[in-house]
Write a protein that binds this ligand. Structure first.
Ligand SMILES: CC(C)(COP(=O)(O)OP(=O)(O)OC[C@H]1O[C@@H](n2cnc3c(N)ncnc32)[C@H](O)[C@@H]1OP(=O)(O)O)[C@@H](O)C(=O)NCCC(=O)NCCS
Length: 172
């Protein structure tokens, strides 16, 4: 298992093709996809294609979306990580958790340490994050980890908020 980092309650590791079933489960829940412009995955074969074509190629340069497990029971609860946006060369912080893992502070705990990992282990200078304006839970996470609101933008016809953090910024 390729472990990326651990927080007090969580373990983050690289995903593998063997994670197709949990990725399919995550990416087929309507409440999880509510503010995300991705089609629901209907079966494990579709999830394998997402892993092969989108998630695993991001692991170059130690970036990527990483599986998050709760340490107390080793449950897969979702993913959090850093993605290189090919179109702008920006590094994007993102996270996606199963509904039963919401409301425990896990997203904030993972995102805070991923930001720290990006600055202190990968020596990144700037990390951005995007959330649809209606996605208040996600915006709450970005604010709690000390990211700064930069601008509103349009993406896929939806109004989004863009946040940024730099390596010199004080992370809460
Ligand atoms: C966005 C998302 C990750 C947020 O998850 P979340 O569980 O609401 O986020 P948090 O980790 O901040 O936890 C929320 C609450 O847990 C509570 N909590 C419970 N136990 C806690 C603990 N031990 N430590 C910290 N907070 C705790 C807090 O009260 C916190 O709410 P508050 O900050 O308003 O007080 C989740 O809604 C999700 O996965 N959505 C679907 C995918 C998605 O939209 N991704 C983002 C795309 S931009």
């Amino acid at each position: 298992m390729n472990i990326i980092l651990q927080t007090p309650r969580l373990l983050l590791r690289q995903l593998t093709i063997a994670d197709a079933a949990v990725i399919q489960q995550l990416n087929s829940a309507p409440e999880v996809l509510k503010y995300i412009h991705e089609p629901a995955l209907e079966n494990a074969a579709q999830a394998e294609q997402v892993l092969i074509n989108i998630i695993l190629p991001q692991y170059k340069n130690n970036l990527g979306r990483w599986a998050v497990h709760t340490k107390h029971n080793n449950e897969f609860i979702g993913w959090c990580g850093l993605k290189l946006l090919a179109e702008t060369s920006e590094i994007d912080l993102g996270y996606r958790f199963k509904k039963n893992a919401w409301g425990h502070g896990y997203a904030t705990e993972a995102a805070r340490d991923v930001l720290d990992y990006g600055f202190n282990q990968l020596n990144l200078k700037t990390i951005i994050a995007k959330a649809q304006v209606e996605n208040l839970a996600s915006i709450n996470v970005l604010q709690k980890i000390g990211m700064q609101f930069l601008k509103e933008d349009l993406e896929d016809g939806c109004l989004i908020k863009v946040f940024t953090a730099s390596d010199s910024a004080q992370i809460n």
